[in-house]
Design a protein around this ligand. Structure first.
Ligand SMILES: N[C@@H](CCC(=O)N[C@@H](CS)C(=O)NCC(=O)O)C(=O)O
Length: 319
């Protein structure tokens, strides 16, 4: 991580733990917004903003899905990091198929983007990052907020027929998000990065309770938070699609595979039929990324399976 603008050698992918070995996720540091009436000057403009993303990362892929659903990929460019975390964090390069390099700032590592925005930055150099070319700074690095910015902040540059956070469903979406964030989206990380048996047991139990809840809910309805596709579906999808290829093995969430949940498999297939969802999935990046985390898999060996017949024409290693 960065400490006062310097990359520190004792960087660990596992972030922080509490006294009982529970994984603690660090809060994001840049929290500006984009809007037509923005008092800090971050107004919508075609070609001004850029997203730094990783196909391995569920938080980054939330924003990639929203970018395409809102038709904003014509106005906001994006780059994809190499999926394998290095001793200096995320690296730009084109040696892994689908990784793009940094086409905007020509940096080697993601942490250089953070110090370009703030030479004294302290914190982790995470993706996603919403970058402003005009002001040469980071607008926001918190995916839940970038999702909302993409949904509403870009005015008529965006496809307004798609509303991922409609007012009539906002309370229900918030309730679903709250229920799923800690137990499911971050729950798999709490299981995978637990450093005590107790912390792992707590987390893995909650992950499977969340899956049971999702299965029951989606057995009776098409979308997660009401009669239309919303950001709640994006947030559930990014964790569900990584479940069998990564979390089941690398994060030890192995009580059951996702295929034990018929309504969830149907739901994943329904979402994969939407091009914006399908285009966000690179199983090869997901597996190389999670199984490449040396703290949980020292050999770095990527498993051959599992075969995922619900992801049509995508083998586990190559999408
Ligand atoms: N709060 C952030 C979390 C992002 C995050 O943790 N991203 C991970 C990738 S999945 C990352 O970049 N990790 C690198 C690190 O922690 O140094 C968000 O949702 O945007």
């Amino acid at each position: 991580m960065l400490v006062n603008g310097q990359w520190t050698e004792d960087w660990q992918p596992v972030q922080e733990s509490d006294d009982d070995g529970r994984f603690i996720r660090q809060a994001a540091g840049f929290r500006h917004t984009v809007s037509t009436d923005n008092d800090q000057g971050f107004t919508p403009e075609s070609g001004r903003y850029h997203l730094y993303l990783a196909y391995i990362c569920p938080w980054a892929c939330r924003t990639l899905i929203a970018l395409r659903l809102k038709g904003l990929d014509r106005h906001i460019s994006h780059d994809i990091v190499d999926p394998r975390l290095t001793a200096q964090g995320w690296c730009f390069g084109d040696s892994f198929d689908g990784a793009t390099g940094d086409t905007v700032n020509h940096a080697r590592y993601m942490h250089e983007i953070y110090t370009r925005a703030d030479p004294h930055y302290t914190g982790r150099a995470t993706v996603p990052v919403l970058w402003d070319r005009k002001r040469a700074t980071i607008v926001n690095n918190e995916s839940s907020e970038i999702l909302r910015i993409l949904n509403r902040g870009f005015g008529d540059l965006a496809d307004e027929r798609i509303d991922l956070y409609p007012a009539a469903l906002a309370d229900e979406i918030d309730r679903v998000n709250e229920r799923l964030y800690d137990r499911f989206n971050n729950g798999v990380y709490r299981a995978g990065f637990a450093t005590t048996q107790q912390a792992y047991d707590e987390a893995v139990t909650e992950v499977f309770e969340a899956l049971d809840w999702l299965e029951a809910r989606l057995a009776g309805q098409t979308w997660l938070a009401g009669a239309q596709l919303t950001e709640a579906d994006i947030r559930a999808f990014v964790t569900l699609i990584r479940f069998d290829p990564a979390y089941h093995g690398a994060f030890k969430c192995n009580l059951r595979p996702l295929s034990a949940y018929p309504a969830l498999i149907d739901y994943v297939k329904r979402l994969l039929a939407i091009p914006a969802f399908a285009a966000s999935v690179r199983i090869d990046h997901i597996q190389a990324g999670y199984y490449g985390i040396k703290a949980i898999n020292p050999s770095g060996i990527v498993p051959a399976g599992p075969e995922l017949d619900y992801i049509e024409s995508m083998s586990p290693r190559a999408a």
